[in-house]
Write a protein that binds this ligand. Structure first.
Ligand code: HEC
Length: 114
């Protein structure tokens, strides 16, 4: 009986571990470099995004980017930030030098209230 319970505990552990490892929608290789050259994500937003999306993320040239404005999943916004939007003024930030960890940090930032 005890062995069986132990087996179940291990099984639950494996399932939980498997779920949490597939949970990250985008792979984030850790190259050990500080994000945004050591600046905070809020500072990076302030100097690179706020001109179009607003200081409080209420929108302007680009749409508002507060949690309630973002109905799609993280992978969607990751791609928009990475690739930009063709035919609009939304730049491709991967081309501008951001790596996956930085883009993920921006998506997480947009999910917090300003
Ligand atoms: C030069 C203006 C400009 C700058 C700078 C800019 N954006 Fe945008 N962004 C836009 C526009 C315009 C759109 C809407 C494009 C469209 O009509 O599909 C957009 C769309 C987006 C979207 C998708 C929103 C949605 O609801 O689909 C996200 C997310 C986003 N921008 C994030 C950022 C982030 C993060 C930065 C800074 C790293 C940034 N943008 C900088 C103009 C800009």
């Amino acid at each position: 009986m005890r062995a069986a319970l132990g087996g179940i505990a291990i099984l639950v552990g494996v399932v939980v571990a498997a779920c949490s490892s597939v949970d990250t929608s985008t792979p984030v290789p850790d190259d050990g470099e500080p994000l945004f050259g050591g600046r905070s994500v809020a500072e990076y937003y302030g100097s690179n995004c706020s001109s179009c999306h607003g200081g409080e993320r209420g929108g302007g040239i680009g749409p508002a980017l507060r949690p309630d404005d973002l109905g799609e999943d993280d992978a969607f916004y990751f791609e928009v930030i990475a690739q930009g939007r063709g035919g609009t003024s939304m730049p491709a930030w991967r081309r501008a030098g951001l790596n996956d960890r930085e883009i993920t940090a921006l998506v997480d930032f947009l999910r917090t209230e300003p």
